[in-house]
Design a protein. Structure first.
Length: 315
């Protein structure tokens, strides 16, 4: 049984005339007659007394009319509720970022922006374990609407985001700084550049992370490349920071992530500014996304960044 058959029957019960009911239902009379016959076959009873003029309902038809009206009303209400749910879901923007950027920017920047502009944003927490290439694939395939990530020309994983189908906002400038734990004498445990005889233990990034290619290429360009021996690789800056803080080695971390630790001397710089690596934090989107709330939210964020300048996140 199809729901439209119920509405056909209700229309026929109201007009008591096949032609007028067909007109009301915007179908031909033969089509309406066929549907009513199919409905009767499905129910196993005659619902319409066709020998009267105007048409009348049989006793079974009277009982069925009440049920049909209830079922039709329930179907309409349910469909309306489902559409409202779909509308709410489609109005929510899906956001993905790395674990470190989530900790630094989501609650301090993106979530307040979402509340200011009354545009809900859902975070895909699975993205905190993604490799760098996964973010590009998720944005390209429409699995998320906004991606916050590090950017530098040497980060090869995100070169695809430079294509004309994407656009971005520069959220802020950032830099990677070399850091180390302090010893009992409150002096840095390790100091760049190290030496061939005494290479520094190095806490590196995993090969599939955003920052690995940037650090690798940048260290090759310094006048005196450091002497390092990799003892550990991690996907996330927060994990690299934890290893460094325990005194296992030296590594490069986003300055925003270690600013408080540097201020309160729980970490120290392992070298001067020549070892710093500049980069940006960008918010990316797919240009032809059909999310109704994406364009207005994007323009609000563009306006705020243009008016207020690049953001400074408190850590």
């Amino acid at each position: 049984m199809e729901l439209r058959w119920l509405d056909d029957f209700i229309a026929l019960a109201g007009t008591r005339h096949f032609s007028r009911a067909a007109e009301e239902r915007n179908v031909t009379q033969p089509t309406l007659s066929r549907r009513i016959k199919l409905l009767e076959d499905e129910m196993g009873v005659t619902l319409i007394d066709r020998n009267t003029l105007p048409l009348s309902l049989t006793p079974a038809g009277e009982v069925f009319l009440s049920g049909a009206e209830n079922m039709s009303r329930i179907a309409r209400d349910t469909k309306s509720q489902c559409r409202e749910i779909r509308k709410q879901v489609e109005s929510r923007l899906r956001f993905a970022t790395t674990q470190t950027l989530y900790l630094l920017f989501y609650r301090n920047w993106l979530m307040p922006a979402s509340e200011r502009h009354s545009i809900p944003i859902d975070l895909n927490l699975n993205s905190t374990s993604w490799a760098a290439s996964d973010f590009v694939a998720a944005l390209t395939q429409g699995q998320c609407d906004l991606v916050l990530c590090y950017w530098h020309p040497l980060i090869n994983f995100i070169q695809e985001l430079e294509g004309p189908e994407f656009e971005y906002l520069v959220v802020c400038e950032e830099e990677l700084v070399p850091v180390t734990a302090l010893g009992e004498d409150n002096q840095p445990l390790y100091q760049l550049p190290g030496s061939p005889r005494n290479p520094l233990p190095y806490i590196s990034y995993h090969a599939s992370s955003f920052l690995r290619p940037l650090v690798d290429h940048s260290l090759l360009k310094v006048a005196q490349p450091p002497d390092l021996v990799t003892i550990n690789e991690n996907m996330h800056s927060v994990s690299v920071k934890a290893m460094i803080k325990e005194g296992f080695g030296v590594g490069w971390l986003p300055k925003r992530l270690v600013s408080e630790s540097l201020t309160y001397n729980s970490l120290s710089l392992a070298g001067d500014e020549q070892w710093n690596i500049p980069l940006q934090i960008r918010l990316y989107r797919l240009k032809d996304s059909h999310r109704a709330t994406l364009d207005p939210f994007w323009e609000k964020m563009r306006e705020e960044l243009h008016t207020d300048g690049l953001i400074e996140v408190q850590t």
